[in-house]
Design a protein. Structure first.
Length: 118
């Protein structure tokens, strides 16, 4: 009886650890152990500069927001810049029939982020 319980516990432990490792590494999704398709690679290459600009603008926006007395005009400007870059990235993703994550997905967000005039 002890051997059966031990064997069952061992099997369950190995199964549980296996699912946790798979979940930790993102499963079989794009960018996690699965090679990008030629279309995905072309998209990543073409949008590298735009994505870097987006990350830089987002970091600058986060820094402004963290200030004790944030500059509202600068925050509005950076918010519009981030939103514009997100929409541009989403439109480029649409050209390649790739999912557009984040802002701009479906372009159905009303007046946009921070009322940037869309």
């Amino acid at each position: 009886m002890r051997k059966v319980i031990f064997a069952l516990a061992l099997i369950l432990s190995v199964g549980f650890i296996g699912t946790q490792v798979q979940a930790y590494h993102g499963g079989l999704g794009w960018g996690h152990g699965v090679a990008a398709s030629p279309e995905q690679q072309k998209f990543l290459t073409e949008t590298g500069t735009l994505r870097n600009e987006l990350y830089a603008a987002q970091a600058e926006l986060n820094a402004q927001l963290a200030q004790p007395k944030p500059n509202e005009a600068k925050i509005r400007e950076l918010s519009c810049s981030v939103a514009d870059k997100q929409v541009a990235l989403a439109l480029k993703a649409r050209e390649y029939n790739l999912p557009a994550h984040g802002a701009g997905h479906g372009l159905g967000h009303g007046s946009g982020y921070a009322n940037c005039g869309w």
